[in-house]
Design a protein around this ligand. Structure first.
Ligand code: NAD
Length: 251
């Protein structure tokens, strides 16, 4: 992709000047780790199925066999993925005090694996499941063992309630992390959005809370017009180039 190198310099300047910078990531940051996003033409999950149906509370509650045969497999497919350069650069930026944390729509655990610490998982995660009756948490492996034994829906060993993955499905309320993310965004000067189509609500309201915006995305987003800088290339390439300029400015 042919990108004007000036945008990296501008982005580095904004990061340097900002008192508090928060990052918002979406599925696009993890495509380079082999996890398909929803909307990329040709590879996005949307081309094969309707994720709003496969990962919905309607299917989870009313047709659990369908949920565990389809939606749950999407969740499990992320289990062994490895972070890519973009995840590692963000972890390094947090360590160096350049960003205050990461709000992520992703459920793939790759920011944790890369070593980031302050992470707001606004759509949940795929490490655990929990009982809808007593709240007991189990690892995703325990949940998967039950599914492989055709225990559908999976049952809590403590209270016989029904277990479910700790992922925010279409139709679920937003978790506590979303409130924290809202607060975090409201108190930030700059947001760097990486790999999100900014079409999923209510997360797509968060960029509107922040004065300055850098958008790194391969395709257009609805917030491009109000962003200070738009970088239309891969997350790892964009972040590597921004780091180069940040280092140059230090010298
Ligand atoms: P999305 O699929 O709607 O948009 C992803 C965007 O990233 C697209 O605009 C695409 O052009 C861009 N993109 C793809 N690869 C890129 C790359 N290497 N570098 C830069 N940009 C790239 O994703 P979304 O906005 O996060 O919303 C979809 C929902 O799907 C979210 O709620 C998320 O929880 C869920 N989801 C998560 C994962 C995951 O955890 N990895 C994967 C698929 C979907």
């Amino acid at each position: 992709m042919n990108v004007d190198t000036n945008v990296y310099e501008k982005a580095a300047e904004l990061i340097k000047k900002s008192k508090k910078t928060i990052v918002l990531t979406g599925a696009g940051i993890s495509t380079e780790s082999g996890i398909p996003d929803f909307r990329s033409p040709g590879t996005g999950l949307w081309e094969k199925m309707d994720p709003m149906e496969a990962l919905s509370t309607r299917v989870l509650y009313n047709d659990p066999i369908k949920f565990y045969n389809n939606g749950f497999k999407i969740l499990l497919s992320m289990k062994d993925a490895r972070p890519n350069k973009a995840h590692y650069i963000l972890a390094q930026m947090e360590d160096e005090g350049l960003i205050s944390g990461i709000i992520t729509q992703n459920i793939d655990n790759l920011h944790q694996k890369a070593g980031s610490h302050r992470i707001f998982e606004v759509h949940g995660q795929t490490r655990t499941g929990s009982c809808m009756n007593c709240g007991t948490k189990v690892s995703i492996d325990v949940l998967n063992d039950k599914i492989e034994k055709r225990e559908i829906p999976p049952i809590c060993d403590k209270c016989n309630g029904i277990l479910r993955p700790d992922v925010v499905m279409f139709g679920d309320p937003m978790p506590e992390d979303f409130e924290k993310a809202w607060h975090e965004a409201s108190n930030s000067d700059l947001m760097i959005v990486i790999g999100s189509s900014l079409t999923v609500s209510p997360v797509n309201f968060l960029p509107g809370l922040v004065k300055h915006l850098i958008i790194i995305n391969k395709t257009r987003t609805p917030e491009d017009n109000r962003a200070d800088v738009v970088i239309r290339c891969s997350a790892s390439e964009a972040l590597s180039n921004i780091i180069t300029y940040l280092n140059k400015e230090e010298k």
